[in-house]
Design a protein around this ligand. Structure first.
Ligand code: KG4
Ligand code: ZN
Length: 341
């Protein structure tokens, strides 16, 4: 069974074909970075318009790279939420229309389920049950995963998502959009011993997060130091490093707590911030000490892509789940509402 995946929830157009027998046949991502860079963040209307321009040509490109014709597709999966509603509508309209024209089922995929299952595209495949840390631009969640669609939220951010905190802090440090990777790069040159930022909510029980205070801490540190220091470039790098250490450490502490609390040995790391090298390395160290294992996809499948949507759609289609024409994309959509398969 072969599923075409279409991802258009934010600022990346991602297309892929997943085949139940042969795995990922082809995938391509077109990033809108250049379009949004001059505004310092994603402009929803420009995102939607660009998805309109890019989705069909990218579908043609991916099918041609896989050596497939449209008629060899058994189902079309599209991201139906959560995300920017205009951007979602583009992928949903194209996906739905294509499925109808080809006479195959359409599957409305939850974007975060896509992220969550993406590590299963790699070897070794994490076996259920596991604990998942989802860290993207819009979400920071710890989830107990018993199977596809069997999700229990253990904790989440009460304010900014980890990726959002990276992006906002990057702006304070005057780094270009997209901020997360730029901040991580600057942090490489930073001295980890110069500043110590707080590890929010780690001194009390529970698995929730709060990252919004860290950007204020960054701003205050920057303002104080800029008034005094003779080396602003190094100060910015040191602050970036302290911020990254604080976020990474907080995520690691909460993941360790979740693994212990749920007696799990398997941790899945997914979502855009999962591309962060320090986060991966520190999670590996922690898991090794806990006698556990961490699973994460290759970097290009951590950030938004069509492969994770094709794969999640395939999982649901093979279980007999399809979605009716009346299905509406949703800007907000909780993962616990999904049906178990
Ligand atoms: O999953 P994703 O591509 O899109 C959403 O679903 O939100 O995640 C994007 C987020 C952005 O906030 C971006 O700054 C962050 O992931 N990100 C990173 C890195 N790469 C992407 N944050 C820290 N370090 C990175 N290397
Ligand atoms: Zn995402």
């Amino acid at each position: 069974m072969r599923v075409l995946g279409i991802e258009t929830s934010c600022d990346e157009t991602g297309i892929a074909v997943y085949d139940g027998e042969h795995g990922l046949l082809a995938h391509a991502v077109y990033s809108q970075i250049e379009i949004h860079a001059e505004y310092g963040g994603v402009v929803p209307e420009l995102a939607s318009r660009d998805h309109v321009r890019k989705t069909l040509p990218l579908i043609r490109q991916v099918l041609s790279e896989a050596g497939l014709s449209k008629s060899s597709i058994d189902g079309v999966a599209f991201t139906a939420g959560p995300g920017l509603i205009g951007a979602l509508l583009v992928g949903a309209a194209i996906g739905r229309a294509l499925a109808w024209a080809l006479g195959v089922p359409a599957i409305a995929v939850h974007h975060m389920e896509g992220h969550l299952l993406a590590p299963m595209l790699e070897e070794p495949v994490p076996a259920f049950p596991f604990v998942a840390l989802l860290v993207s631009g819009g979400h920071t969640q710890l989830v107990a995963v018993a199977g596809v669609g069997r999700y229990r939220l253990l904790g989440e951010s009460l304010d900014d998502a980890a990726g959002e905190a990276f992006d906002k802090t990057a702006k304070i440090l005057e780094l270009p959009y997209p901020g997360g990777p730029a901040l991580a790069q600057l942090a490489e040159q930073g001295d980890p011993t110069r500043y110590r930022f707080p590890r929010p909510m780690t001194d009390r029980p529970g698995l929730d997060f709060s990252f919004s205070g860290l950007k204020t801490f960054t701003l205050n540190t920057l303002n104080r130091e800029m008034a005094q220091t003779g080396n602003p470039a190094q100060t910015r790098a040191d602050i970036a490093r302290a911020f990254e250490e604080a976020v990474v450490d907080t995520l690691v502490i909460k993941c360790r707590r979740a693994l212990r609390q749920y007696a799990s040995r398997r941790l899945v790391l997914a979502g855009g911030v999962g591309a962060n090298r320090r986060l991966r390395a520190r999670m590996e160290e922690m898991a090794a000490k806990e006698d556990g294992e961490v699973f994460y996809p290759r970097t290009e499948l951590c950030t938004d892509n069509g492969a994770m949507i094709a794969f999640a759609g395939w999982q649901r289609l093979r279980a007999g789940q399809t979605d009716p024409l009346s299905f509406q994309p949703r800007a907000r959509w909780r993962m616990e509402e999904l049906t178990a398969i």
